[in-house]
Design a protein around this ligand. Sequence first.
Ligand SMILES: *Cc1c(COP(=O)(O)O)cnc(C)c1O
Length: 237
Amino acid sequence: MQDNRPMDTDVLRRNLDSVRHRIAEAAQRSGRSPDEVTLVVVTKRLPVEVVPPLVALGALDLGENYPQELWEKVNHLGNSSVRWHLIGHLQSNKAKKTVPMVRMIHAVDSLRLLQGLDALVADPENGPAVCLQVNTSNEPAKHGWSVDEILADADAIAGCRNLRVAGLMTMAALDTTSETARPSFILLRDVREKLKERTGLRLEQLSMGMSNDFETAIEEGATIVRVGSAIFEGVFS
Ligand SMILES: *Cc1c(COP(=O)(O)O)cnc(C)c1O
């Protein structure tokens, strides 16, 4: 993860300012407070050297896709104020090592993984929160519950004792634009309402929206957006 590519922190600051500004505008447009939206800066495939400048710019919620890469960054940084988010697929055999390192696991994509995580978390106060991934675009290659499956699993989801199920997560289909992504986000919000009713859980988080579509996601209720390329464009030469 270490590498010596030059990094332009002025560009980083400008990009980050711009994304924060766009988040605030999208929130205001939809009658929400910008504070209701958490920006997770996605640092996947980037060197660990990018973390300290992000922290200095107040970006403390950082997202990684691959557990191994997350572990390397965490080990390299030691104690830091970063709140790590695992946003990619988690294999059961990597869960035990990952759980103590993260604030949130975004892409819990099966009941089996959910129950495995629940069994790993001894203390609900200190364990990570999770979002359940719903495949709202019905692409066969995507992980996650289908809409019907997740509603059918409502009782089992409500039965988690130690793990805090904070909400739902989705990714729009590949090659969607900010507008063609909208139905996925609307669907996730609808599923959240139904699953809330069936489980009695608050499910306050909707983790949806990436560089190409985060403003649409916010308009449709995203509380967490996961943004990478819009922030790192032009930062490394
Ligand atoms: C890479 C990734 C992102 C960020 O994507 P960008 O288009 O670079 O903003 C968000 N969520 C997940 C699950 C990702 O894998």
